[in-house]
Design a protein around this ligand. Structure first.
Ligand SMILES: *[C@@H]1O[C@H](CO)[C@@H](O)[C@H](O)[C@H]1NC(C)=O
Ligand SMILES: *[C@@H]1O[C@H](CO)[C@@H](O)[C@H](O)[C@H]1NC(C)=O
Length: 302
């Protein structure tokens, strides 16, 4: 009787002990994923697959693959037609309301999802983002979509036409996602004035010190560039570089841009603190192997 009670008490203490140290410490940080253009949260061949392999490698992890809209079709359509600032606001709300993210989370954006999640960390510090992994994101924008991912190629042709018509006209800016990160190196002034999304988060119009402080709160900002990318013009944008102003041939790396030298966004300070990680992968846009992912990306999720 007495020994049973002692045993019961010891078990209780053990459970309390595990509850306060062992278990909590071993719960992995959640992961939030934002898909790219023409994709959706849960396609089993894209984001669904990433979610599955992360869950397999990190048992117990909570993976939230963002759905922008109330179903998969809306989610895909919104990647072309929903105002990006509204999308970011929507995502901030989703994250703030999710009790599982309270203690912080890592974020991984694919293609345009990379720059969209950067807007999330810059604008919405709660809950805290710990590592940001941008997989083929275009942080200085694009000046063309030379090729488009498979199924959306007809949409892409149409988008190209719209962008040619006038990426910086009000109607197209407000309605077309890709116009909101369209960066014309021959017309920097118009980009700076009229780009609704990218010029704002890249501090082209004014310096919002909150953006800088929030971005710098990241532990790591990992940027993956596809070394044989044929879908993004220029691929340098995936490492935050871009065309040197006034022409569309020669590109410069991040550390030669004024954004860096003037340190308007804290990137120089982050670089010096070892917080920026530049990864290159042989392959076309978003093409990488499972083994590459395990070796190079997984360490930032654990
Ligand atoms: C700076 O960004 C924060 C976060 O998005 C926002 O609340 C604030 O209004 C911005 N300040 C300016 C001057 O734009
Ligand atoms: C700029 O970054 C490149 C790598 O992209 C590096 O090789 C070069 O040394 C850097 N330049 C300066 C001035 O830090």
């Amino acid at each position: 009787m007495a020994s049973a009670r002692v045993l019961g008490l010891s078990l209780l203490l053990l459970l309390l002990f595990l509850g306060s140290f062992g278990c909590r410490a071993s719960v992995p940080l959640p992961l939030v994923i934002w898909h790219g253009m023409g994709d959706s949260c849960c396609n089993p061949e894209s984001m669904g697959y990433i979610k599955k392999i992360v869950e397999k490698k990190i048992p117990g992890i909570y993976v939230l693959s963002l759905e922008i809209g109330s179903n998969l079709i809306e989610d895909m359509e919104n990647s072309f037609f929903m105002n990006v600032n509204d999308q970011v606001k929507l995502v901030c709300d989703i994250l703030a309301k999710d009790p599982k993210l309270k203690g912080g989370y890592n974020a991984m954006g694919f293609s345009q999802g990379g720059q969209f999640l950067r807007a999330v960390v810059q604008r919405c510090p709660t809950p805290p983002m710990i590592n940001l992994i941008s997989v083929g994101g275009q942080h200085q924008g694009v000046y063309g979509f030379p090729r488009c991912p498979g199924e959306s190629s007809h949409l892409c042709d149409w988008i190209r036409k719209m962008l040619d018509l006038g990426a910086y006209t009000k109607t197209i800016q407000e309605r077309l996602v890709q116009a909101q990160y369209w960066h014309d190196p021959l017309n920097e002034e118009e980009y700076q004035k009229k780009s609704l999304f990218l010029a704002d988060i890249n501090q082209e119009r004014c310096i919002n010190t909150t953006y800088k402080k929030n971005l710098m709160s990241l532990n790591k900002f990992v940027m993956v560039k596809f070394l044989k990318d044929t879908m993004v013009d220029p691929p340098a944008s995936e490492w935050f570089g871009y065309y040197r102003s006034g022409q569309a041939k020669e590109t410069i790396p991040l550390n030669e841009t004024s954004l860096y030298t003037e340190d308007r966004l804290g990137l120089k300070e982050m670089d010096q603190a070892g917080k920026l990680v530049f990864l290159g992968v042989e392959g076309d846009h978003l093409h990488f192997s499972k083994e590459w992912f395990y070796k190079n990306i997984l360490p930032f999720l654990q």
